[in-house]
Design a protein around this ligand. Structure first.
Ligand code: HEC
Ligand code: HEC
Ligand code: HEC
Length: 115
């Protein structure tokens, strides 16, 4: 009796894990391109999919903010991220890669802030 109950509990546990895995794989990547608010400098069209194609994991970006739409604005409003925190992370990576002669993104203001 005891082993029977344990076995069915494992099956139920296993199927919960399996369905969670499937739904994550289906909708996890987010939008291909995301418009971010850039205050007085105007908005930034961020090529999300391009970055996901270059980097295997989702860091360093989703180390700083979770995988939710408009999360940057929300954290800035709550004071959990300061103005330009995310921007500085973007620019740091672009500079580091350019410094190593690797393919990188823009570092000049107007190449990101295009309104
Ligand atoms: C170079 C930075 C960067 C990388 C790398 C990155 N993301 Fe994002 N992601 C963002 C930004 C910026 C947003 C938008 C946040 C906001 O709207 O405030 C975002 C938003 C999202 C969202 C929310 C839905 C949406 O489309 O707005 C999901 C889901 C997501 N990312 C998944 C991922 C996954 C999965 C990976 C890794 C395979 C990944 N991201 C890699 C920067 C990145
Ligand atoms: C690699 C792209 C990129 C570059 C280059 C860049 N920015 Fe930004 N900037 C962003 C992003 C993304 C945000 C929104 C997230 C944040 O505030 O960290 C932002 C936000 C801002 C804000 C609004 C902050 C607020 O909350 O009010 C200002 C002002 C700004 N940037 C000015 C500049 C200036 C000036 C330069 C050039 C010296 C510059 N940016 C270069 C991406 C960039
Ligand atoms: C971990 C490093 C890294 C981070 C963080 C990062 N980028 Fe990039 N970015 C790259 C690389 C590498 C490229 C060049 C991709 C290519 O040309 O294939 C790039 C390219 C770009 C481009 C030009 C894309 C094109 O098609 O010409 C823009 C715009 C850009 N990044 C904006 C941002 C913004 C805004 C952020 C922050 C939200 C950010 N990046 C964060 C590495 C990074």
């Amino acid at each position: 009796m005891k082993t029977g109950m344990l076995f069915s509990a494992m099956i139920i546990g296993g199927s919960i894990l399996l369905s969670a895995g499937i739904s994550m794989a289906a909708d996890d990547k987010g939008a291909e391109s995301i418009v971010l608010k850039g205050g007085s400098m105007g908005s930034i069209t961020f090529p999300h999919a391009v970055h996901q194609g270059v980097f295997v994991d989702c860091m360093p970006c989703h180390d700083l903010f979770s995988k939710e739409a408009q999360i940057i604005d929300k954290l800035k409003t709550e004071g959990k991220l300061q103005k330009k925190d995310v921007m500085n992370m973007c620019i740091k990576c672009h500079k580091d890669l350019a410094g190593k002669d690797q393919k990188a993104g823009p570092t000049r203001c107007m190449d990101c802030h295009k309104k």
